[in-house]
Design a protein around this ligand. Structure first.
Ligand code: PRX
Length: 673
């Protein structure tokens, strides 16, 4: 890798940012990067030394086997050490760092009337109380706690309370359906569920407790009722001034199982000694879609995740003490875990915690919040940028965005038009855009620019982070040098990589390590240009990326075939202006069933109910037959071409019945019905 001097349009780091940056130019990045690969022990030891270890590690900072041919895959960080995540992200700042009075979060509710400021000291006290409540409820080290909450401070309290006592949290995005919640509770065998009575998302009131109850009922039907207690938060935005619940919400209640958060928190002691845990003890499980349909419980452990999220946060957002940082993701996804909860807190950062949506109560809400809190570092997704671009410059011009220094993006490839708008209009041409590529599995950023060091090319995630060694392989597993396109893989682990699929190590090895022994396989395609820049080209497995959320085709197909009228279904992606990709579904009906508008509505509802609103199909088309090979395999390439109206079909000779293609074209959906 050389200092890039390219013919492409490049954006160079602004000199004012470079003045006090942690990594101030490209050669400093290269020097540190080299150190991280050539002497990982020294590199990570220096990082680890900043944290508190009750007992030191007994061996090298990073130990691993990354080759299935050499035996079982494992990664260990700080093995033998004893520590506590919660202590490191809270007590350390309050006790040793004098940050007790510093703001940890500015919480901003769905409505601008609801907001709250939480200092590190207050956060620690709430977390300790919650930890004592969980203990009182019988939660012990290693137990799983499912958390189904909107973006309220209690979500962070509960995660950190689990971390404090050694329980493993499993946060489930509160937009998921009861079916999806049930599946995740059953897989994790959680003993407690934490939820809220309800929440407003924009104008819409959602009865979360009812969905949670339906999920628990489904678990019981499946003879898998591990949850014995359900802790329920009264969402304060749903109270009247006198404290009564707004009358639009009926909260179902089971006095055997349900406990009001307020009642138990009130008397709970503010002190709770942290449990001293092994560095490799599990911290959390987070479910992500798998290409076989059933979600995978990605498991992260304490020490490696702490080192990696804290370091990436510090360098990628060039964090300084007086920053106000805002990541708009939901904590129900990995972006929120790593870059709202753990990474920022490990650095003693001040963050905005936002419950609402970008367009409520008006389309300038994001810009209003940036002005209100003088946000310096802003991190969002391409889908949000594309949504807000639609409203033009006017909503931004009403607000002062001059506090912004660095912009970040995550979740999917960012198209050049969105990048230019983000950089030129939101950042007013003076803020670098860090396009961070990573995954639930990687724990933190793996390909990313450093804002004061890396010359940017719009649409490229640029170069690897410290300790990360990417390479590109062809179909035969051969490494490609120089300019190349193929499978993006990593040759060695970094501290924050996932350790296993919860209770299914075989699936972990099969999914990520079997295809190309010796490498972690991301499932993404990637191109490296002549300057060594990496460009993600999208998923190469049966996964779809809708608004930055990964989904498997199998998961949606399984939901569609639950309908009595459907014999078979196949789902592909079609480009979408705002969501990036959307779902285009082909359904073959059972004999004598009629394809009509009512059926389409029923199918959409079914997918929403079984997975959640994020998976709602945009297109459902009648497919009297599907294009299959002689061995019966559906040729998705052909379906993708039909969905995109690409008439040049290429080679159809492997199809059992090539006439199917013409029939499918005649039933094609032009615009969303
Ligand atoms: O396909 C890549 C895409 O999102 C996938 C990971 O999704 P998930 O585990 O849900 O985590 C999303 C947030 C980290 C990747 O395999 N992806 C993520 N970031 C980018 C991206 N694609 C291109 N550019 C990115 N910056």
């Amino acid at each position: 890798m050389v200092v890039p001097e390219s013919q492409d349009t490049m954006y160079y780091p602004p000199s004012d940012l470079q003045k006090d940056a942690h990594v101030a130019d490209f050669s400093s990045y290269l020097a540190l990067y080299r150190k991280s690969l050539e002497n990982p022990e020294a590199f990570w030891k220096e990082i680890a030394d900043k944290f508190f270890w009750k007992k030191p590690a007994t061996g090298p900072v990073l130990q691993y086997n990354f080759d299935v041919k050499q035996g079982s895959i494992y990664v260990k960080c700080m093995d033998g050490a004893k520590t506590n995540m919660c202590y490191n992200v809270l007590d350390r700042h309050v006790m040793e760092g004098n940050l007790g009075e510093k703001v940890a979060y500015y919480w901003e509710g769905n409505s601008p009337d609801h907001h709250m400021t939480i200092t590190y000291r207050q956060l620690l006290s709430q977390v300790c109380r919650c930890a004592n409540v969980l203990k009182q409820m019988g939660v012990k080290k290693g137990d799983r706690v499912s958390i189904y909450l909107p973006m309220i401070p209690e979500l962070v309290y509960t995660m950190l309370a689990c971390a404090r006592i050694g329980a493993i949290h499993s946060v489930v995005f509160a937009g998921f359906s009861s079916e999806s919640l049930c599946e995740r509770i059953m897989d994790a065998q959680s003993c407690v569920l934490v939820t809220a009575d309800g929440v407003y998302r924009g104008e819409k009131l959602i009865n979360l407790k009812q969905i949670a109850d339906e999920a628990l009922e489904k678990c019981r039907e499946n003879a898998s009722s591990s949850v014995t207690k359900c802790l329920v938060i009264k969402h304060h935005a749903l109270r009247t001034k006198s404290g009564a619940t707004c009358n639009k919400l009926q909260t179902p209640w089971d006095s055997e199982c349900d406990i009001w958060w307020d009642e138990v928190m009130r008397d709970s002691p503010e002190e709770c000694e942290p449990e001293w845990l092994d560095a490799e003890d599990p911290l959390f499980i987070l479910y992500t879609s798998g290409s076989t349909g059933k979600p995978k419980g990605v498991l992260h452990t304490i020490a490696g995740y702490l080192l990696y999220t804290s370091l990436t946060f510090k360098y990628v957002f060039d964090h300084h003490h007086d920053d106000v940082y805002w990541c708009t993701a939901d904590i129900g996804w990995i972006t929120g875990h790593s870059y709202i909860t753990y990474g920022p807190l490990a650095n003693g950062a001040t963050s905005v915690l936002f419950e609402g949506i970008p367009v409520h109560p008006h389309v300038g809400r994001f810009w209003e919040i940036i002005e209100k809190y003088k946000v310096t570092k802003f991190y969002t997704a391409p889908t949000a940028i594309r949504l807000l671009m639609k409203y033009g410059r006017e909503p931004l011009q009403k607000y002062d965005l001059s506090s912004l220094r660095i912009l970040g993006t995550v979740g999917e490839p960012i198209n050049p038009e969105a990048w230019q708008w983000y950089h030129g209009v939101v950042g007013q041409g003076r803020c670098p855009v860090v396009d961070t590529f990573w995954q639930t599995e990687t724990g933190g950023h793996v390909l990313t620019p450093l804002p004061a060091a890396t010359p940017l090319k719009p649409g490229s995630a640029t170069f690897p982070f410290f300790g990360v060694e990417p390479t590109i392989l062809n179909e035969h597993g051969e490494e490609l040098e120089g300019e190349a396109e193929g499978y993006l893989v990593f040759r060695r682990p970094w501290p924050g990589i996932m350790r296993t699929v919860f209770q299914n190590h075989e699936r972990f090895e099969n999914t990520y390590f079997k295809k190309f022994p010796g490498f972690y396989v991301t499932g993404d395609g990637c191109r490296r240009d002549k300057d060594g820049y990496y460009w993600i080209t999208g998923r190469i497995d049966d996964m779809l990326n809708v608004s930055g959320h990964l989904m498997s085709t199998a998961e949606v197909e399984a939901a569609l075939t639950v309908h009595q009228a459907v014999a078979e279904a196949a789902v592909v992606s079609r480009p979408h202006k705002v969501k990036g990709e959307c779902l285009y579904c082909f359904v073959t009906l059972k004999h004598s069933r009629e394809f009509n508008r009512t059926l389409v509505d029923e199918l959409k509802r079914l997918v929403r109910e079984r997975i959640g609103p994020i998976a709602t199909p945009d297109f459902i088309q009648n497919a009297p037959a599907l294009p299959k090979t002689r061995s019966g395999k559906i040729m998705r390439r052909i379906l993708r071409q039909i969905a995109r109206n690409e008439k040049d079909m290429g080679d159809l000779s492997t199809l059992a019945d090539p006439k199917v293609v013409e029939v499918l074209f005649s039933h094609r959906c032009e615009a969303a019905p």
